[in-house]
Design a protein around this ligand. Sequence first.
Ligand code: FE2
Ligand code: FE2
Length: 407
Amino acid sequence: MDGGFVPGWKVVERKVGGRPSTCRRRRVPRPVIVRKAGEDIDDGGWKYIDLMERQKDDKPGSALWLGGRYFQRELAGIFSQVFDTAKGVFGFKTRPVLAHQLGLKLDNDMVRERERVREEKTPLYSNSPLPSRIIYSTVCWFLDAAYHERPIARFWFLETVARMPYFAYLSVLHLYETFGWWHVSELRKIHFAEDWNELHHLLIMESLGGDSVWSDRFLASHAALIYYWVLVLTYFLSPSMSYNFSELLENHAVDTYGEFIDENEEQLKTLPAPDVARQYYENGDLYLFDTFQTAVPLATRRPKCDDLYDVFCNIFRDEQEHVKTMEACSDYTKLGIFIQSPHQRFYQGLKAEVKAEVKAEVKAEVKAEVKEEEKEEEKQGEERETQTKPPALMRDERQKFEDGMGL
Ligand SMILES: [Fe+2]
Ligand SMILES: [Fe+2]
């Protein structure tokens, strides 16, 4: 699967560390990344997949042309996988896969244990309708079986499927708006922001080589297609049930990423953050990022992205936000409590006293966050300042925000 088009990406060719003869003696800022993933990496050198390379010189075309091109590529993927499998069967050395090279692991039993503990504290699965429980259990069983000891491929599958609820909700809400049955553009905005966020999770996994095996791509795209239509129908019949199922799946993502981070902390801290992650979390337009933070004040979540550990922690936090949003959406279907993005909450529809309350809350939280950042920076020293967004800049932005809000 190709990376989606993300306007404004900065292509940075980083020649760093590792063993290739061309850069062995250069002074380089970071370790490991050296060569295009999947190409001649037997000497131990590798680099993340360059997503911009994939879409270079690409342009829109008819469905026939795009489909034909895709089929051609996938056919090559089938042959490549069959060839590699045969080599493995006959004891020959197979082509190394980037996702394996990273040396990351995930214990399925520990993920299940986390789910069990969470369920004990806040029962969700046991209170869900029977069809949701059956589908959810089947999906979890499939993930454990098909992606055993392949966490990056598992995440790539999960992120491909995780976008489908938002596609489905957007499709149905568009239809309702077109027919004039229901106008809820704010809800559409939140779902689009979540979709944009899931897209970047997916692109991060692609840059780590999560989609490099043809059978994984085949399974994910077909599962996603089926899941999309199931969700469209479910949303037609019962938005509440649909949101409930998404909440189950988002919780599963939280548990899986949480376990993965704990198990691989040391290794992740040695690996650099992919460009797409840095672009999204540090340099991108954060309007949509703020939009799906329904449980925190506006512009208060500004995650760092120094290494792969930070990246996975950010994804973990994003998934937690998705759970909260799905919870809020479920409440909306049951209680009619309108769900709003932080932008909407601040600027529209609030009574003066509520507005003042929210402003005070924001002010306190912003101050606390800045203090925390300052402490953190003192600990980390000057080393990181060259690679991260300067904290002073973040404070300036917050100051601007506070000034704009009249805080
Ligand atoms: Fe995700
Ligand atoms: Fe998610």
